[in-house]
Design a binder for this molecule. Structure first.
Ligand SMILES: Nc1nc2c(ncn2[C@@H]2O[C@H](COP(=O)(O)OP(=O)(O)OP(=O)(O)O)[C@@H](O)[C@H]2O)c(=O)[nH]1
Ligand SMILES: Nc1nc2c(ncn2[C@@H]2O[C@H](COP(=O)(O)OP(=O)(O)OP(=O)(O)O)[C@@H](O)[C@H]2O)c(=O)[nH]1
Ligand SMILES: [Mg+2]
Ligand SMILES: [Mg+2]
Lengths: 292, 274
């Protein structure tokens, strides 16, 4: 794995005296390869390796007795810098309800995440409501109803109405009247390049003014993570990210790409299909996973 | 995308990056660039054409011709990880067969996910296909058994089995797929005649692990790449074609019934390089 490879690359050169810039370049090749194989976007990889190179060319590595270890430390530090400080959960507004708007591509895990968040907040003693904002997908409301029952948590839906914005506003009206702590809005999957659907979610956001807009992204997303995250970030604005399906063997480089282009903190990761399978995101654990 | 002009090596480096940016993967991208180096000196247009031709040849090297009806009932099983577009793809396939005049029956073998059966039922009604279902939580293989038995009894032409999404690392869930195929072959000889793996075009290198594991569990003989109407290029299928020789049969280009197209290697290769 990468740490070994890097130590190998730089150890082999120890007998040759000082570490040269070429040696650093070779080590950087290994880092680039590892990050690309982990699905980090190639432009993000470029920026990252440039940043590491600048630091590595400093005196610390070039004259260190253990240049391999020094280099690895720089890589990890730089990755931790990019990924963010510590855990960063959704924080509740001082005036209820805390309104959370979920957005993302088709099949990324939004509906499941909506119920997982409701369950997590319930365990913290919060009273919540789920709002069924997906009026398009066959049985989407049924799916959210079934999950809501499993938590159990309240749900607001309208079977016959196709006006998403009104549905969401009516659901929030209920949340406010009943002084609920949180309202979680599930929305339809949409492409970032679908103008009318992006207009829809922008309109929801404008009317409803959520405390938190969350991009729900599939953890096994490849290079496309950059296009998706930057478009959602520019067009809609994201306060946080939830990365799903991280219970497989994907390295999850999308985490780095998304953080790099949107600046939004990754708050949680989905680690399974059950409603308790939601974990707080830890940047340093993710860094090790990505680097392999 | 305009490549930087300059010498050959810069152009090749840019093309390699373009391929990597399309999820082809570093190893496969390097192999492709290496393969065209033997062409000798080419200008940029020549290089691009050679790359395109190389990608086409990799994609066309996969064997097999799934999706012609070879039995009655002809049984198609659809598999893949969570949320890739299996159920929607089944609706599209069913729609194609029904509009060609065939009797189609859908087997609701996703007995796990919330409202999975309701979702398939809505599609079955819209498309005009029969459906066999059990209660949520029922054994998936027993739904397959009943679906195939019903198909035989009702003189159905095509059966399409919907299965629950599952990550390939979950051994018990992969074993369930093997069980569904075993049970199917007991009811209809040779069933399932086609096993289609639905991949999400936005998926990166993990799709290789998916292709490997699903093939081992249940003899995948065709791939559908869904969600190619987004910005993802789906280049990972080039790496998959190179390594596993599974033919790509269809692409999904949207959420409506008509958004399914037969895979065209040339069109796909051109899309990668755009
Ligand atoms: N293994 C695993 N599966 C997940 C996770 N999160 C969601 N899923 C599954 O992924 C699939 C898609 O989840 P949904 O919640 O329906 O996704 P969605 O974003 O609401 O989909 P659309 O509404 O169609 O855009 C389902 O099979 C979920 O059970 C996760 O963290 N791990
Ligand atoms: N844009 C686009 N969306 C698609 C395509 N195929 C499926 N979808 C959408 O992707 C989401 C998931 O589709 P499903 O058919 O439920 O996926 P699945 O693989 O059956 O999901 P699970 O059963 O939960 O594993 C839905 O919102 C579909 O409308 C496609 O080709 N393009
Ligand atoms: Mg949904
Ligand atoms: Mg499904």
């Amino acid at each position: 794995e990468l740490t070994h490879k890097l130590e190998g690359v730089l150890k082999r050169l120890r007998g040759q005296g000082k570490i040269s810039e070429q040696n650093i370049a070779d080590a950087l090749k290994e880092v680039r390869l590892a990050l690309l194989e982990a699905d980090v976007n190639y432009k993000v990889v470029k920026q990252f390796t440039e940043a590491v190179k600048t630091k590595a060319l400093g005196r610390e590595v070039l004259t260190s007795i253990t240049p391999g270890q020094q280099f690895v430390k720089i890589v990890f530090d730089e990755l931790r810098n990019l990924m963010g400080e510590g855990a960063s959960e959704i924080s509740f507004a001082s005036v209820p309800p805390t309104v959370i708007l979920l957005a993302g591509l088709q099949g990324s895990g939004k509906t499941t995440v909506a119920a997982k968040l409701a369950r997590r907040f319930k365990q913290k003693g919060k009273k919540g409501i789920l709002i069924a904002g997906d009026v398009y997908r066959p049985a989407a409301i049924e799916q959210l109803k079934t999950l809501a029952k499993a938590v159990p948590v309240e749900i607001y839906y309208e079977k016959e109405n196709r006006g998403v914005v009104e549905i969401v506003e009516r659901g929030l009206e209920i949340a406010r009247k009943r002084v609920l702590d949180c309202a979680i809005i599930d929305t339809a999957g949409r492409l970032h390049i679908d103008d009318s659907m992006m207009d829809e979610i922008r309109e929801i956001k404008q009317r409803v003014n959520p405390n938190e807009t969350i991009l729900v992204a599939d953890g096994m997303t490849g290079q496309d993570a950059v296009s998706v995250a930057s478009k959602f970030s520019d067009s809609l604005g994201i306060d946080g990210v939830i990365l799903t399906k991280m219970d497989g063997d994907e390295r999850g480089g999308a985490a780095l790409s998304i953080k790099a282009v949107s600046g939004a903190p990754i708050r949680y990761i989905g680690v399974g299909e059950k409603l308790d399978a939601l974990e707080v995101f830890h940047p340093d654990r993710m860094a090790s996973r990505i680097l392999g | 995308k305009i490549l930087r002009t300059g010498d050959d090596s810069q152009i090749l480096e840019d093309i390699e990056e373009l391929l990597i940016g399309a999820d082809v993967g570093v190893e496969t991208a390097q192999e492709i660039v290496k393969a065209i180096e033997k062409h000798g000196k080419l200008d940029e247009a020549g290089i691009r054409q050679a790359i395109e031709d190389e990608v086409v040849s990799i994609l066309e090297s996969t064997q097999g011709e799934p999706l012609s009806l070879r039995a009655k009932p002809h049984v198609i099983m659809v598999v893949g990880v969570n949320g890739t577009g299996k159920t929607t793809t089944i609706a599209k396939l069913a729609n194609n067969f029904v509009s060609q005049g065939y009797e189609v029956l859908l087997g609701a073998c996703d007995t796990f996910r919330a409202a999975a059966i309701d979702q398939l039922e809505i599609w079955a009604k819209r498309v005009g296909a029969d459906m066999v279902r059990h209660k949520p939580g029922a054994d998936a293989a027993s739904v397959a058994y009943d679906a195939l038995s019903a198909a035989v009894a009702r003189d159905i032409d095509v059966v399409i089995l919907d299965t629950a999404g599952r990550l390939q690392t979950k051994k018990n869930l992969m074993e369930e797929l093997a069980k569904i195929t075993r049970v199917s072959s007991k009811v209809v000889e040779g069933a399932p005649h086609d096993v289609l793996l639905v991949l999400d075009a936005t998926t990166g290198q993990n799709a290789l692990s998916q292709a490997r594991a699903f093939s081992e569990a249940c003899r995948v003989n065709g791939i559908v790449v869904a969600k190619l109407d987004g910005t993802a290029k789906g280049g990972i299928v080039v790496a998959i074609a190179r390594r596993f020789k599974i033919p790509i049969v269809y692409i999904g280009t949207g959420e409506a019934l008509e958004d399914l197209a037969p895979f065209d290697a040339r069109v796909f290769a051109q899309g990668l390089l755009r």
